[in-house]
Write a protein that binds this ligand. Sequence first.
Ligand code: HEC
Length: 182
Amino acid sequence: MMDSFEFNKIAGAVLSVLLFVMGLGIFSSAIFHAQQPKTPGYDLPSAEVAAAAPAAVAIVPVAQILASADPAKGAGATKAACGACHNFEQGSGSKAGPTLYGIVNRPIASAAGFAYSSSLQEKAKTDKEWSFEALNAFILNPKGYASNTKMAYGGEKNDGRRGDILAYLRSLASSPAPLLAK
Ligand code: HEC
């Protein structure tokens, strides 16, 4: 038979283990306290932040570029950048590229007898004419506008210089296209 002293020792050991475990629980929850969010769920980037990002690479509207452009400066820039491949005079034919006389608002890929790339012929179906917007996009980044264009020209990234070129191209007509309202 177990005497009462023996029983007390065992009961005391069991109790103290229980107390220790409980104490550990209280102690650790005091240290590792999980923060409850005010609203349950995860924080996702808000739509506002996501929408604001592309604004940094926004293209300056062509009307704004044209408003401060100088066709006289553009004449020199255009002859230097484009003259190896394009003619500019009325009645002039194609060189490596089609003549640019009357290019503003001329139907895309329409110079008689010129073998255009399939890309530019596709653009003719959607964009129809060389509006200032289309010309601006093409001269900024020819391959960006028409992916397999035959025009081996890297593009003019500078808004001011591109504006001058556009203003000069506009002047290559008997009655230049009206400038765009800003
Ligand atoms: C290395 C030669 C080369 C240079 C430099 C070049 N082009 Fe071209 N350009 C071409 C060729 C080739 C095409 C025909 C593109 C095609 O079919 O995809 C073309 C097409 C064009 C067209 C479309 C004409 C049409 O009838 O639809 C425009 C506008 C144009 N070029 C403007 C320019 C301007 C402006 C510059 C200078 C900033 C320039 N190009 C520089 C060779 C050139």
